[in-house]
Design a protein around this ligand. Sequence first.
Ligand SMILES: Cc1cc2nc3c(=O)[nH]c(=O)nc-3n(C[C@H](O)[C@H](O)[C@H](O)COP(=O)(O)OP(=O)(O)OC[C@H]3O[C@@H](n4cnc5c(N)ncnc54)[C@H](O)[C@@H]3O)c2cc1C
Length: 470
Amino acid sequence: MAARVAVIGGGISGLAAAYRLSELARTREFPLEVTLFEAGARVGGPLETVRREGLVMETGADAFLSEKPEALALAERIGLGGRLVRTREALRRTLVVRAGRLVEVPEGFALMAPTYLGPVLLSPLFSLKGKLRMLLEPLLPRRRADGDESLAAFVTRRLGVEVLERVAQPLAAGIYTGDPYHLSVAATMPRFVEMERRYGSVILGLRAAARQAAEKRGVSGARWSLFVSLAGGMGELVEALRERLGATLRVGAEVQELRREGVRWRIAVGGEALTADAVICTVPAYAAARLLEPVAPVLAAELRPVRYASAVVINLAYAAAALPALPSGFGFVVPAIERRKIIAGSFSSLKFAGRAPAGIVLLRVFLGGALQAHLAELDEAALVAAAREELSALLGITAAPQVIEVRRWPEAMPQYAVGHRHRVASIRKRLTEVPGLFLAGAYLDGVGIPDCVRQGEAAAGAALAAVMGV
Ligand SMILES: Cc1cc2nc3c(=O)[nH]c(=O)nc-3n(C[C@H](O)[C@H](O)[C@H](O)COP(=O)(O)OP(=O)(O)OC[C@H]3O[C@@H](n4cnc5c(N)ncnc54)[C@H](O)[C@@H]3O)c2cc1C
């Protein structure tokens, strides 16, 4: 009889886990039955592309990092190697709103710190006082304490409050939709913590990294842009996995209860009860806490406090002729101190080729997040009105959009609070006390798509080893 593994949750973590299980079982010639249960009507979570009127509209994620290899490797293994697309590097620039205008983030500025001081000194983004404060950074002593601290505390301590308010907060909000006073620096930006530890300075650490990257580029040349996507949008990744997984996937199948039955698991779905030898749970932390409460209450208690933020993404397509000239760049972020109703905007049809037919410009606007949770609650008409009001104020766009696509993502972004890594270590420790259970998902070791693929695949490897008894 084949061993059975159940995967709960059909986001990218669960899909990657299920696909990896099928690959591993095949290469090891091990009889394995895999079933993935997804509560919603579709799999993929925030990887969802809506295609209509010649537009390729990303309602959630629009790209993934190529530096972390797992998502690229998965795309290649499922036959999408030829579908990968680069960003238009000539336009790669991040803009940030300052006093209601879009200003370029100085060249070499990496999320919270400059690599080179020249572009910073010339930038209108910072005041003279802010620039002088930044110049001091390499001279400041290292932090003595070794516990975690907030992203805001770290940036303010090293680079000053202006860098926090003008750049680090909006860029972190663009990734984590989070509040920098609550986000953990160790969990969200470990690279910078390591730079302080190693070089005594983030700026000196960035310079060393730039030198190493230049040497590496000299040898091999970068194959991909920093962010990549698929010609038909991120939905292609989900569609290809769905096709390959076939009958393994069960949508509209919410797991209501998990129980132990001897050494096996009993999974209640709809009116049915199924058994499995191992379970890979990839649902959000709050849903995992609910499911695991009866079988692993201590583990559930570690999962429950992980908070999530909600966001809204609005795609808007305009006739190019009706728009003023757009600034050159992939998009812009909006600092909270600007007190606007949107947190970011991206110029989708400039960032990637093939996102809109000729003569049409596709934009995306983000609202909500941890700092503006109330805005994510607005009704659809009010959301669109807020987006249009801000596009008019910031970009001078007054034309009516030809296509509008609004997508809400309630409780979709896990917030890595101060102490997150410690929490994840305790979750992993508790997990070892529950044989046959494996966890993966954005709330653990990274929210990005490659992080989720890595976690899903690692859980698959561990689950298979467990059912094979190795
Ligand atoms: C708006 C937005 C934009 C983003 N943009 C990017 C980007 O450009 N690049 C990037 O790398 N990352 C991006 N991210 C982050 C990344 O997309 C997510 O972190 C990742 O997709 C999460 O995947 P997951 O599988 O861990 O969770 P999810 O996708 O949330 O999947 C969990 C699934 O579990 C299901 N579920 C819950 N309870 C049950 C149950 N009881 N039974 C069965 N199923 C259940 C849910 O319905 C859900 O489908 C973005 C995220 C959002 C929200």
